[in-house]
Design a protein around this ligand. Sequence first.
Ligand code: UD1
Length: 417
Amino acid sequence: MDRIRIRGGRPLSGDIPIGGAKNAALPLMAAGLLTEDRLELSNVPALADIETMAALLSQHGIAVEADGRVLRLGGRITDTEAPYDIVRKMRASVLVLGPVLARVGEARVSLPGGCAIGTRPVDLHLKGLEQMGAEIRLDAGYINASVRGRLRGATIVFPFVSVGATENLLMAACLADGRTVLANAAREPEIADLALCLRAMGAQIEGIGTDRLTIEGVDRLHGARHAIVPDRIETGTYACAAAITGGSVRLLGARLEHLGAVARTLREAGVEITEEPAGLLVRRLNGLHGVDAMTEPYPGFPTDMQAQFMVLMSVAEGAAMITETIFENRFMHVPELNRMGARINVHGASAIVRGVPALSGAPVMATDLRASVSLVLAGLAARGETVVNRVYHLDRGYEAVERKLAACGADVERDPG
Ligand code: UD1
């Protein structure tokens, strides 16, 4: 198994290209199931999760043609099953449920299990589809969904914000009969990106970018071309890398308006972020200081940036309280960071981070995607050598992380295991 070896202590300096957002690309690929025509997606990142979604679409009968950063999808759905072997690799596979059901009136999708960061049920996805007239039966680890005729428009008020449920129901509603209202919908930039692409495919959607989406169902959608938004989590991650090493990095293609609370929190902590025509320039000229953060749905501080921000706070002056409100078990990086000399105590859903002058390199183990990259950041700031094991997690969400960092002067290499 590959490992990443980092010798810390070098300030990063240079340019880092920001790729297309993984969390936009996955639902956009699922949207390819909504039409027989060709959907052409550009700015697609080269990631393991994208390959998993491509394998799932192929399983459904969709032709997937990759040409560099462009993906062309098209064809008829010949198989309505999303098998366990694919879904277990990636929870976002459940995003095919709404589109397949809306297109052919039935779908059989393996229930995604729990994952390292929490139980992550899909009850909101299922309840919403039931409100739209679907019959749902759970059997032998599978969701069996069917509908007589078309799905019907409905008013769905989410009890709490879910990115995946909003996306699944948004896609299903595009082909439903009548009007669907999604209230208390998630409004992450990836959802707006999906909605814009659906609109280009002929869907009638109002309220894009707000927490209330109104969809008038249409009989069919057609092909379209769509460029995927830049990845705001990759942007935030490299901004933390620049800051933690006391460096200066230009994040090419990054968009300030998508960073939400991340930009505000980093600035408060002493990080300089400047908008430039090519992207964002991120620098740290002076010291870092402790700032509290609490994860929330967008535009609040994203749970997907919590681990990276915690590493930054672990070398800041003073203390920071970081509270995780989205997932119940997302502090698995804490013991590993403490082994590197961080002083972090977890009390329930909050972690108190007391800044230390420096971290020290150590062999560490990655447990999930964002935890893995936080250990890489810690390694960049640490004295001595850090070896991050189990980097397959990293390859699910970060393209060429070691090359992007090395191009900015980091001493980092991949060690094929
Ligand atoms: C998406 C992102 C993930 C991010 C998360 C929160 C993708 C592919 N993944 O995941 O990177 O960390 O948003 O920003 O875009 N929940 C339920 N029932 C449901 C659905 C969700 O209880 O039916 C709970 C979850 O367990 C979690 C919370 O709601 O506690 C939010 O989850 P959700 O927004 O749905 O996350 P995902 O779409 O899975």
